[in-house]
Design a protein around this ligand. Structure first.
Ligand code: NAD
Length: 488
């Protein structure tokens, strides 16, 4: 791994504190940082280097999976950090930043490899990229990379405009678009599951698979993010990026070579094969919901419209479920169901693959029918793989009953998504970052749904906080003879 400089825009922000510093520190402890590195934090407030370093130490103690740092180790780590107050909208303010970066490069004898991480509000993405270029920070004798947080655009047009602006300063190979679901170990495991297991590889198609269900449920409401969320909704916040990325990872075919470009090419093929929806047909395949008051994890909570910062007549979706078809010979006839919601009964991200039962018709009575085989990939908060199979239960007169075989590896001390992603970006491996084409194709697919929501062509169903979402989401599957698995 090359020695380098890491410039963090938004270094005083929430994401930096909760995720980025703990991730960098854990990489450092695991000897996964470059041999020599300088980290320069950029923020609006005036801070000394000491104040900055103290806030990083605090964030490590509060948020790291290893919250008790060794004092001398922590001190050496913190010595790599410098702070520079910059108003990112002011091109002149970038010159002092360039000075800090080059001065540290000289002091530490670093090659001019520069990583820029934009942990700031999306309206600053393009202006920062432009100012990096204008002030000369982007002119390096080594490599440069740009890591960018979500959201990538508000719709197809704004995403295209943003990409065009970023492309003026960074090439596609230099842009690392974070989708932190792609950093989750079990999502990264999807390709290995198929690639490394001939058993699954043989079954990964419409001959054996009946349907695929991808769920990302949250128990939280909008918290302090109402201002952003009320403009976005679940479709933009979760479906366009995280759910479609998980769908691509699940449905993609194993490429001949496991390289970043081949894997991303396979993902793109999936997205290209996803059947487009016509605006007037969206209601047949998509369920839209908004939570009302209820009880979540034993606590009474208000409905979405009563949340502070939400417009009282808001039509924003806090729940979306959809039936997705992939028009590719392998997946013809296999519905992929996706759903996500806030204030759901449980916090759970999982992928459930339901297998067909060719002998189903042999059973005359419904109650005799064995349960289908299920492959369950738990992504969050638990991580693991389980297979539901049928087996005779000797203590119940030999009755055939489903049993779940759990293959969960020990999940103690597993690196977090941000650790895995940052490590990849430091090494220049873009496999688990969203390529522009994936982002664009996802927006293209989502666009008619946005339009149908806007024009109220899809009813907005209220669901009780603490439930599994509106009843209509169950009806969506029932219409095809299926039901959501594992809803507790
Ligand atoms: P935040 O509001 O907590 O922090 C924003 C940062 O931007 C601060 O460091 C602030 O100093 C800096 N900033 C604002 N205006 C500036 C200016 N004019 N010049 C220089 N710096 C300026 O935001 P956050 O929650 O840390 O989110 C950062 C990004 O990450 C956003 O794009 C957000 O959408 C994304 N994101 C956040 C989370 C999360 O959990 N917080 C999750 C996913 C994505």
């Amino acid at each position: 791994m090359d020695s380098m400089t890491f410039v963090l825009f938004g270094s005083t922000g929430d994401l930096a504190k909760r995720k980025i510093y703990p991730a960098l520190y854990n990489l450092y402890l695991d000897k996964k940082m470059p041999p020599a590195f300088s980290i320069v934090g950029v923020g609006r407030r005036e801070w000394s280097d000491e104040e900055f370093q103290a806030s990083i130490a605090q964030s490590i103690r509060t948020f790291s999976r290893r919250p008790h740092p060794d004092p001398s180790e922590l001190e050496t780590f913190l010595a790599a950090f410098r702070y520079c107050a910059v108003d990112v909208t002011d091109p002149e303010a970038f010159h002092p930043l360039l000075s800090v970066v080059t001065q540290r490069e000289t002091e530490l004898g670093l090659p001019e490899n520069r990583m820029f991480y934009l942990s700031v509000a999306p309206e600053f993405f393009d202006v920062i990229a432009a100012n990096i270029k204008a002030c000369g920070l982007g002119e390096t004798t080594g490599w440069k990379r740009l890591i960018i947080e979500k959201p990538f655009g508000h719709d197809l047009n704004s995403a295209r405009q943003l990409n065009e602006k970023l492309s003026a300063a960074f090439s596609e190979e230099e842009i690392y678009r974070i989708d932190h679901y792609l950093g989750k170990p079990m999502v990264q495991n999807l390709e290995a599951l198929e690639f490394a297991n001939p058993v699954f590889q043989a079954l990964w198609n419409n001959q054996y698979i009946a349907n695929v269900q991808i769920t990302a449920g949250e128990t939280v409401g909008v918290e302090e993010r109402a201002g952003y969320y009320d403009q976005a909704g679940a479709l933009r916040d979760m479906v366009q990026n995280h759910l479609l990325q998980m769908l691509m990872m699940t449905a993609m075919h194993v490429p001949k070579r496991m390289t970043a470009s081949d894997i991303r090419a396979e993902k793109r093929k999936v997205m290209e094969a996803v059947r487009p929806l016509k605006t007037e047909d969206v209601w047949k395949h998509v369920v839209r919901g908004q939570y009302g008051a209820g009880e979540v994890l034993g606590k009474k909570v208000v409905g979405y419209l009563e949340e502070p910062g939400v417009r009282p007549d808001s039509q924003t979706d806090t729940f979306v479920a959809a039936r997705v078809w992939i028009d590719d010979p392998f997946w013809q006839g296999v519905p992929f169901y996706i759903r996500t919601g806030k204030r759901m009964k449980e916090k759970s991200t999982r992928i459930v693959i339901e297998f067909k039962n060719p002998l189903e018709k042999l059973y005359r009575q419904k109650r005799e029918k064995p349960a289908p085989n299920l492959l369950i990939i738990s992504v969050n908060p638990d991580e693991g793989i389980a297979l539901q199979v049928n087996s005779k239960n000797p203590s119940n007169r030999g009755k055939i009953e489903p049993v779940t075989v759990d293959f969960s590896a020990g999940t103690e001390d597993v690196p977090e998504a941000y650790e895995l992603l940052l490590f990849d970006a430091l090494r220049g491996d873009s496999t688990y970052f969203a390529h522009w084409k994936e982002v664009e194709l996802s927006w293209i697919w989502v666009e008619p749904i946005l339009q149908a929501f806007r024009e109220n062509l899809v009813p907005l169903h209220e669901y009780t906080a603490g439930s599994h979402g509106p009843k209509q989401a169950r009806d969506l599957l029932a219409a095809d003879g299926f039901s959501w698995w594992l809803d507790k």
